[in-house]
Write a protein that binds this ligand. Structure first.
Ligand code: EPU
Length: 434
């Protein structure tokens, strides 16, 4: 498979098992354009299963996870035309060949569970294994499954798989014990074709969910309350196709912004939504960095010092759990004692041991809390990407460290960042595949 086809180096997956970052300490400088958000693209692709009309998504990020979703949609019977050069996908789910998702795809990515709501709502049947994905601690799907049951589905839970049937889903009052991101998306999509009204209380309010909801509205869905913990959906008989552009990836933007600050550099990120970046903007400023906005361009410049601070990773608009690993690199360079409290996942600080190998002074209080004493002198060595965001964190650490940092298992990072190497090179980093 060929990757990263449009924005920089073209590499084959086999040739690119690791990246090497050398001469860390070079300040990042320059300007790059932020791509479309993976975590909005995946549910929006699944939403195309709700209609027999074609759906087109522009500004699609070209990533491993997108290829997995393309395969899954094709397996179900949708026609999928993926144009990697134009960053566009056209999906036409006229009919279904299958109502079951194959284990080899579902185990590669948790977001594959997102096809369950649409397939169940449109066809009345769905079979799927429990999803895999990044290992961040416990990742159940009971919010989704309980919701489907409340909407009248019969759900049989076998050994690691779900079999669901519902001739027609019925609107219901749903209360989510936890504001699950993909759980909210699955139930929102299912409710669009249910008979009657559905309310979702304690819904998640991430910008990607609002973007999905807006695409569903373009399809003719009747939804109110997007971006709040109370979503209301009036079910309709059928939905139309959509043609829409995916919102900018706040996590990609955040990773580059943190990179600019931690290397003492200055960068401009084009096509970023200010509102979506607010939690990070506050914390970068608190750390002493300067952040300005000009329309949809975000300008970030390192301050004279980096101040220690506390991060609480929480659902939006709390600080994004997906950026706490990247921010940890900044905290290794901040003066004094800092703290990260990961309150979304119960095991998302495993990257700490990799940063410790590089010389970071971090005390892991428990699997959800880390204390940093900075600044630490980071030295390059061999480290392992454990998941998408920990891999990005280790690349950032390499951009700060003395000597050569070899980040192994880089395929995890390619699931979530398009051409990360080419784009860091564009900002002046000494980084390459090896
Ligand atoms: N949870 C429950 N019950 C459930 C579902 C979730 O208790 O039924 C708990 C989980 O155990 C976890 C927490 O809720 O502790 C958060 O899980 P959530 O379901 O909200 O996360 P997700 O939908 O699996 C999405 C993103 C993640 C991102 C999280 C949090 C996608 C495809 N994935 O995951 O993105 O970290 O929301 O914002 O949208 C990434 O991009 O690297 C990534 C992991």
């Amino acid at each position: 498979m060929t990757l990263s086809t449009t924005r920089g180096t073209t590499v084959s997956a086999d040739d690119a098992a690791r990246v090497i970052v050398t001469n860390g300490g070079t300040p990042l400088k320059g300007r790059i354009r932020v791509g479309g958000a993976k975590n909005a693209a995946l549910p929006m692709m699944a939403a195309a299963l709700l209609t027999d009309e074609p759906c087109v998504l522009e500004n699609l990020p070209i990533l491993e996870d997108i290829y997995v979703m393309v395969e899954l949609l094709r397996h179900l019977g949708a026609e999928v035309d993926l144009d990697t050069t134009k960053h566009r996908v056209r999906i036409h789910a006229k009919d279904f060949d299958q109502r079951s998702a194959p284990a080899e795809l579902v185990q590669r990515m948790r977001a594959s569970f997102l096809v369950s709501g649409p397939v169940l709502a449109r066809t009345g049947e769905m079979e799927t294994p429990a999803p895999g994905g990044c290992k961040l601690g416990s990742r159940p799907v009971d919010v989704d499954v309980r919701g489907f049951k409340r909407m009248g589905a019969n759900v049989f839970v076998g050994d690691g798989y779900y079999s669901m049937t519902a001739p027609r889903l019925e609107g219901a009052d749903l209360y989510m014990d936890y504001p699950s991101h993909t759980g909210t998306e699955n139930l929102l999509m299912a409710a669009t074709l249910a008979r009657g009204e559905t309310t979702i209380t304690n819904a998640a309010s991430e910008p990607e969910i609002v973007a999905l909801g807006n695409a569903l509205r373009e399809m003719g869905a009747k939804i109110s309350g997007l971006g709040t913990p109370y979503i209301k959906v009036k079910g309709v008989e059928r939905l139309r196709g959509f043609h829409t552009s995916i919102l900018p990836d706040r996590l990609e933007a955040g990773t580059f912004a943190i990179g600019g600050v931690v290397t003492g550099g200055e960068i401009i990120l084009d096509r970023v939504n200010e509102h979506d970046m607010a939690p990070l903007t506050y914390k970068l400023r608190e750390a002493g960095a300067e952040v300005w906005w000009n329309d949809n361009a975000m300008m970030v410049r390192a301050g004279h010092t980096l101040e220690s601070l506390e991060i609480q990773a929480l659902p939006f608009p709390g600080f994004p759990t997906d950026l706490q690993a990247a921010f940890a690199v900044l905290l290794t360079q901040a003066e004094g004692t800092s703290r990260i409290n990961e309150r979304v996942f119960n095991d998302r600080l495993r990257y700490v041991s990799e940063l410790q190998k590089m010389g970071a002074e971090i005390h892991l209080v428990n699997s959800q809390e880390a204390r940093f004493t900075g600044p630490s002198r980071l030295r390059g060595t061999d480290v392992q990407a454990l998941d998408i965001r920990s891999g990005a964190c280790l690349i950032l650490a390499g951009l700060v460290a003395e000597g050569e940092t070899r980040v192994h298992e880089i395929q995890h990072v390619r699931r979530g960042y398009e051409d990360i190497v080419g784009r860091f090179q564009k900002l002046g980093a000494n980084i390459q595949y090896a």
